[in-house]
Structure formats: structure tokens, C-alpha cells
Design a protein around this ligand. Structure first.
Ligand code: NAP
Length: 291
């Protein structure tokens, strides 16, 4: 039931109709008996006006998704240190003057890796991709004490830009174009890599596409994560497993970044049992969508 005291939250994006966040957040609110409702707001333009209006409508907080994660940096009133460092905001919390921005993607990714018994401390890391998700993985790898980082991207310029961004604070980083890697897997300097698959390749409905087909690549890896969660087992994950390697998908990351936002908004701790329930619901919903 919605009443005058119900707190309103939402996700802002373009597009946003596919988002699982309303199901995730409203389930958390029901399970925790919190009087809040969470909606999807499709903001096609004028993000600044949308957020200013939301403040005066007393909307208590938002998740921010593609394409606005960077745009809101200049709109919010305060920015959490981590979001400032990464240069992307995915969570807003209403304050007396405006909104405070956070980045819970990186926390979701961190917890997802740890909860699945994996570790990136002292590891040689391969980042496949150089977009927004790769950036969260890059900062996490540095925070968690990775030994080296190799960014592999189709557009090498984008990989170089990502490297330049952090080179002052982390020197053991290199870039390789995806084409060069495909021509010669031995270009990779180390072995037993932890690999972050952060590209869109293999995402539903293109489920047979794989960013790298050559088994020699997978032999150089030890474990990893594919950030995609539709399908649950991408062609990349299949390749890793066929080569005897551990690889998880991005569903836990999605859930855990949302749980983190919910906890910030409501100053609560969500139990593992509730997180498990939410995972079952989201899994059912995704199965329905994929047919
Ligand atoms: P993005 O900023 O648009 O970056 C996309 C990346 O994929 C770029 O590196 C791009 O390379 C690469 N790419 C796309 N198509 C390619 C192709 N055909 N061949 C080779 N490389 C290709 O997107 P993003 O926000 O980082 O998201 C990337 C993926 O992560 C999406 O699948 C998204 O669903 C997933 N993700 C999951 C979570 C989660 O919670 N699990 C969170 C965030 C993102 P170029 O630079 O060469 O174009």
C-alpha cells in the first residue's frame, strides 16, 4: 500500500524499461518491512532538471544507470570519495541541500568476488574491455592489491586512456589491442591470470559470441568473472570451464550493488537469507525473459 508517508526511490536511465532494479528494491523493501516504493524513471533528456525536480518532490534517492553515471557528477551536491575517484555515480541519497552521490558498483563487484571464494590480491589481472564496467574492475583491482593489470580492448585508444588515468598511482599496467592478442596469445607476459570479462560480447541474444575463441588464452587464466548475467553461463564462462578454470557470472554483482544502495538509503543490514530470496526471484525473471 502506498500512503502519504511512503518514501519514493527510483532508477534513472535511458533506456530503463529492462531494469531489474525495481523488482530487486521493492522485494528488499517488502522483506524488510520498509515503507518505500521504487520506480523506473525513463529520463530521455535534461537529467539536471529531472534531478532538481526530484529534490523538490522529496524523492529520497536514486540509482543511476547508462548513460548518466558520469553526467550526475556535476549535478550532485556532494560526492563520496570512491565515486569521485572512479568518476562515476550509481546511487544518490537525498540530503538537506541536494543529493549525495555514491558508487556501489565497485562494492557489489568486490563482494561478488569474495562471496564466491575468489581473490584478486597479488594477482595478475586481465581486463577484457575498457568501458564503464572495466573502470570499476580496474579500481577494484588496484584497491584489492593486484600485482599487474593488462587491459585488452578492441579500441586500443580507450584502453590507453584508462591506463593514463591511473598510471600515476599504479605503474604495473599495460594495454594490448584485442586484435593483437588474438594474433598472438603469447603476447601475455604472465600465467594464471584473474580475468574480468567486461565487454558486451556474449550477452543475450548473441549468446554464441565469445570475445576470444582460442583455447590457448584460457590456458593462461586461472579464474575470473564475466559481468554479463544474461545468459547465466556465457560462451566465455563455458570456455573457461572447459579449460578447467573457475568463472562466475555478474548476477551476484548486480544484486549486491543494489543491496548496498538499499542499505545506504535505509541505514539497515540486509540478511543473507533475504539476499538468497532476491536471487531466486531475479533468476526466475531472467529465465522468463530469455525464454
Ligand atoms: P560500455 O561502457 O559500453 O563498454 C563496452 C565494452 O565492450 C567496450 O570495451 C567495448 O569495446 C566492448 N565491446 C562491445 N562490443 C564489442 C565487440 N563486438 N567486440 C569487442 N569488444 C566489444 O559498457 P559497460 O557499461 O562497461 O558494460 C559492459 C558489460 O558489463 C555489459 O554487458 C553490462 O551488462 C555488464 N555490466 C554488468 C554489471 C553487473 O552488475 N553485473 C554492471 C555493469 C555492467 P570498444 O571500446 O572497442 O568499443
Amino acid at each position: 500500500m502506498i500512503n502519504a508517508g511512503t518514501k519514493i526511490y527510483g532508477i534513472i536511465g535511458n533506456p530503463v524499461s529492462h531494469s531489474l532494479s525495481p523488482l530487486l528494491q521493492n522485494t528488499l523493501a517488502n522483506e524488510m518491512n520498509i515503507d518505500m516504493k521504487y520506480m523506473a524513471f525513463h529520463v530521455k533528456e535534461n537529467i539536471e532538471d529531472a534531478i532538481k525536480g526530484a529534490f523538490f518532490l522529496d524523492i529520497k534517492g536514486f540509482n543511476i544507470t547508462v548513460p548518466y553515471k558520469r553526467d550526475v557528477l556535476s549535478i550532485v551536491d556532494e560526492i563520496d570519495e570512491r565515486a569521485k575517484k572512479i568518476g562515476a555515480i550509481n546511487t544518490l541519497v537525498k540530503t538537506s541541500k541536494g543529493y549525495r552521490g555514491y558508487n556501489t558498483d565497485i562494492i557489489g563487484l568486490c563482494k561478488c568476488i569474495k562471496n564466491n571464494g575468489l581473490s584478486i590480491k597479488d594477482r595478475d589481472i586481465i581486463l577484457l574491455g575498457a568501458g564503464g564496467a572495466a573502470k570499476a574492475a580496474l579500481y577494484l583491482a588496484i584497491e584489492e592489491g593486484a600485482r599487474s593489470i593488462t587491459i585488452v580492448n578492441r579500441n586500443i585508444k580507450r584502453a590507453e586512456e584508462l591506463k593514463a588515468e591511473i598510471f600515476n598511482s599504479f605503474k604495473n599496467i599495460s594495454t594490448i589491442s584485442l586484435d593483437d592478442l588474438k594474433k598472438n596469445i603469447d603476447i601475455l607476459e604472465y600465467k594464471d591470470y584473474f580475468v574480468f570479462q567486461t565487454t558486451d560480447v556474449g550477452m543475450f541474444p548473441n549468446i554464441n559470441s565469445c570475445i576470444i575463441d582460442d583455447n590457448e588464452f584460457y590456458k593462461k587464466c586461472d579464474s575470473g568473472i564475466d559481468l554479463i548475467y544474461t545468459p547465466f553461463e556465457t560462451a566465455f564462462i563455458k570456455k573457461m570451464k572447459e579449460n578447467g578454470k573457475i568463472c562466475i557470472n555478474g548476477l551476484d554483482m548486480l544484486i549486491l550493488q543494489g543491496v548496498e544502495s538499499f542499505e545506504i538509503w535505509n541505514d539497515v543490514k540486509v540478511s543473507e537469507d533475504i539476499i538468497k530470496k532476491v536471487k531466486v526471484l531475479l533468476t526466475e525473471k531472467l529465465r522468463e525473459r530469455m525464454g
